[in-house]
Ligand binder design. Structure first.
Ligand SMILES: NC(=O)c1ccc[n+]([C@@H]2O[C@H](COP(=O)([O-])OP(=O)(O)OC[C@H]3O[C@@H](n4cnc5c(N)ncnc54)[C@H](OP(=O)(O)O)[C@@H]3O)[C@@H](O)[C@H]2O)c1
Length: 312
């Protein structure tokens, strides 16, 4: 066990909560999040209180307060910071550009500068949306072409991390889903609910993505953290599928009727933020580090056991 703690920023989030759960099982963790501890964090803190082991601390910190995160890093001198907070609502980013910049760029910059000051390793999470989706799937060597406020701020955050933190890795994830109790409701949860109830569900037939179980994203990011490798790593699920195919595969696992899935075109919805169409991520690089990027059926099996409360 490393003596200095690891800081996880965004600890109440889909991926952040799984990073905390996995890291706290082996070392000291400072979980940084906004407001009171929620769902999974409460369970982890309660389990710790029962066990008498004190490896997990919870810090309420608002990332819109300039300097607060850097101060925390300067004071606590962690061995590493994993940054999984973000403004992830892509349409909200279009409406509030300054807030998107604050969370997706400035807060990352602060974390990177804090890591630079104390000599900590920095792992910053990013997105498949840094690509325009015209020619995916993409490897880490492909040149980003972000469209829209969310994508552009996330790409700027990547540059801030890579330029400012001397020991840095950027982990790109995609279309996160989680079946954990209390986790934010994602597309997959809505689809599973509809299919179980025998209701129709609409899905894009023309958007191709790398769906990623939050817990698997956390595993892959920890592989990158431990590797000491520098640069960009794709930490998504291993299969590129259309949203319709994702729903069909989920329907099969649930024994539901695939005809309930109604294909629609992304352009039909006239959404405020641009969404890349062919945006799959290639995961060979993280696999070469030993990362176990899951195929979709394996991820769906784990998702359903999370929903059933039987996952580890
Ligand atoms: N979700 C996806 O499908 C997806 C796809 C591609 C890439 N990513 C990237 O993956 C990473 C993790 O995303 P995720 O899906 O786990 O996100 P998430 O569930 O939305 O979690 C993000 C966390 O950031 C926190 N946050 C937002 N504003 C804050 C503030 N002012 N102060 C403190 N914390 C604040 C949120 O707090 P609250 O809980 O209080 O709102 C939330 O817990 C991000 O870098 C994201 O861009 C996600």
């Amino acid at each position: 066990m490393s003596a200095a703690p690891v800081v996880v920023v965004g600890a109440n989030g889909l991926v952040g909560s799984r990073l905390v759960a996995r890291l706290a099982a082996r070392q000291s963790v400072i979980a940084v999040a906004r407001g009171a501890a929620r769902a999974e964090m409460q369970m982890l803190l309660a389990a710790q209180a029962q066990s008498g082991r004190a490896t997990l601390e919870y810090e309420d910190l608002d990332l819109t307060l300039d300097g607060a995160l850097k101060d925390l890093i300067s004071t606590r001198r962690p061995s590493a910071v994993v940054f999984a907070a973000a403004m992830t609502d892509v349409d909200a980013c279009e409406r509030d550009v300054p807030l998107a910049w604050q969370l997706n760029v400035r807060a990352v910059e602060e974390a990177a500068l804090g890591c630079r000051e104390v000599g900590a390793r920095f792992v910053s999470l990013s997105t498949d949306y840094v690509f325009d989706g015209l020619a995916g799937p993409y490897s880490e060597d492909d040149v980003p072409q972000p469209r829209g406020v969310y994508a552009r701020t996330k790409r700027a955050g990547e540059e801030a991390a890579l330029l400012l933190a001397p020991d840095c890795a950027v982990c790109r994830v995609a279309v996160i889903f989680s079946g954990r109790a209390g986790a934010k409701k994602t597309f997959a949860v809505g689809v599973a609910e509809a299919l179980r109830a025998g209701r129709e569900v609409k899905a894009f037939h023309d958007q191709f993505v790398s769906p990623t179980l939050a817990d698997n994203a956390a595993e892959l990011c920890i592989t990158v953290l431990d590797s000491r490798a520098q640069g960009i790593f794709h930490c998504s699920g291993a299969e590129v599928v259309s949203r319709v195919e994702f729903c069909h595969r989920l329907a099969r696992r649930l024994g539901a009727d695939e005809k309930l899935v109604i294909p629609v075109a992304l352009a039909d919805l006239k959404l405020p933020a641009p969404r890349p169409l062919r945006c799959g991520l290639l995961v060979e690089k993280v696999r070469a580090l030993g990362g176990q990027a899951l195929n979709l059926d394996a991820a769906l099996e784990r998702f359903l056991s999370e929903q059933a409360g039987t996952a580890a």
